[in-house]
Design a protein around this ligand. Structure first.
Ligand code: IMP
Length: 432
């Protein structure tokens, strides 16, 4: 069985949780490789609705191993709360769950620094999820980060924490006019987290590579989306990690030769939370209608999402930078009842048409989306499980997505329940 990566092709919230959950049925191991509790993945099955922020949604299937890779930034308090909630829903998070000893920690000063930074930025504020993600990755790159493995060695942990706090408290006192943070308080709290999590901490690169050597199937679960990637997204309005497929290798310690397929999840329209360019954004009734019907409110922060038409320029770019082998289109049913459906095929800026993402920020900020208008469909697609049964205009919409992306659509989601799905080809059924 192949090893596959699932990524978002837009600005996150594409419905990756549902697709990962479905494909996890045929996988042995499900691995998150970047981000942290900024993500929010929702899964609905016959038993309940589950929301995941860090733990892969595959944990819902008994007998699967779930892993948090070294590319993640972990807030232990948020993780313990998530474990508690899942266990209260009868989902066991025990010997089936591992955390990389190289994953970085989010500490209270990361959240505080982020809050102060966002306040100072004015119109350039990112609109982050407020989880301390950026400052934790900044420490990682600045080589002052504290890792999960450090928590297991209190002396080493205290030494790094003390040095970091000495510097952070200077920022708080002199720049932000805020109170110092207390070394002993943070140390005691985090040592207690370390004790509760220590049995899960291990060298996950070894675990995953051993599984691959034994021909097990590994599913790498991306969080956020291509255009939020720190390298390939709409910088600086991005998250601070590599949410594209390459992150699956650097974020876990698995070589690119082990990855067989990359599936891009794309919503039938586009959404974005936080600040930053969004060429197809709809601010009037059509956008409000998409938000209401699609329940477009953040699973992590509850913020209303900005909504707009499907952007084929953005998705074609995602096909390229992720090397996508196929697409999964989600929320097709949200377009039910729209008399006409628009797809953005190029951006117009200063008299020039762009069919690829322009390299200058001004062009993507102020371009006009150029639309192709497709006929809507009268019959609802909601709950349809066979491609043949889709109304013809809905099939033409899917075929247009394929043609503009240069990539096949293998999966179409027609509702939030796991059963409301059309599977034209199961990427995990392909041979290695
Ligand atoms: P951060 O990841 O909290 O630093 O936020 C940076 C940007 O990424 C903000 O615009 C967030 O709204 C956005 N973002 C982060 N995580 C997600 C997600 O899971 N879905 C959608 N947007 C996200």
């Amino acid at each position: 069985m192949p090893n596959i990566v699932i990524v978002g092709t837009q600005w996150g919230d594409e419905g990756k949780g549902k697709i990962v959950h479905l494909l996890a049925n045929d996988a042995d191991m499900i691995v998150r490789y970047q981000g942290g509790a900024n993500a929010g993945h929702t899964v609905i099955n016959d038993h309940a609705q589950y929301t995941f922020h860090m733990i892969p949604s595959g944990i819902v299937h008994p007998g699967k191993t779930c892993i948090l890779g070294n590319g993640m930034v972990i807030d232990p308090a948020a993780l313990l709360e998530e474990i508690f909630l899942l266990e209260s829903q009868q989902i066991a998070v025990r010997e089936n769950f591992f955390i990389s000893h190289r994953a970085h920690l989010i500490l209270p000063y990361h959240r505080a620094i982020e809050r102060e930074n966002e306040k100072l930025k004015g119109p350039r504020r990112i609109g982050t999820t407020g989880r301390g993600i950026g400052p934790s990755y900044a420490d990682k790159m600045g080589r002052t980060g504290i890792r999960m493995g450090d928590l297991l060695d209190p002396n080493c942990f205290r030494e790094i924490l003390k040095a970091n706090l000495a510097e952070m408290n200077l920022f708080f006192n002199r720049l932000y006019d805020a109170e110092s943070m207390d070394l002993d308080g943070i140390f005691e709290t985090y040592c207690a987290y370390g004790k509760r999590l220590k049995n899960h901490v291990t060298d996950v690169s070894l675990l995953i590579n051993n599984a691959i050597d034994q021909s097990k199937t590994v599913l790498f679960e991306g969080a956020q989306g291509t255009h939020l990637d720190v390298d390939h997204g709409t910088y600086p309005f991005v998250t601070s990690s590599n949410s594209t497929a390459g992150g699956a290798c650097t974020g876990t310690g698995v070589g690119p030769t082990c990855i067989n397929e990359v599936v891009g999840v794309t919503k039938a329209y586009t959404t974005r939370v936080g600040s930053g360019p969004f060429p197809t954004e709809l601010t009037g009734d059509t956008g409000n209608g998409l938000r209401t019907r699609g329940n477009e409110f953040g699973a992590t922060t509850g913020r209303p999402r900005r909504c707009g038409w499907y952007d084929a320029v953005a998705v074609k770019y995602a096909v390229r930078v992720n090397g996508l082998s196929s697409l999964a289109v989600t929320k097709l049913d949200v377009l039910d009842g729209e008399p006409e459906i628009k797809i953005c095929t190029s951006y117009l800026h200063d008299g020039k048409h762009y069919t690829d993402i322009p390299i200058n920020e001004a062009a993507i900020n102020s371009c006009e989306p150029v639309y192709e208008v497709l006929e809507g469909w009268d019959h609802p697609t909601s709950g349809i499980t066979s491609y043949q049964k889709l109304p013809d205009p809905a099939k033409r919409f899917i075929e247009k997505i394929e043609a503009l992306a240069g990539c096949k659509v293998d999966i179409v989601s027609t509702g939030s329940h796991e059963k409301e799905t059309i599977i034209r080809r199961n990427p995990l059924a392909a041979k290695k």
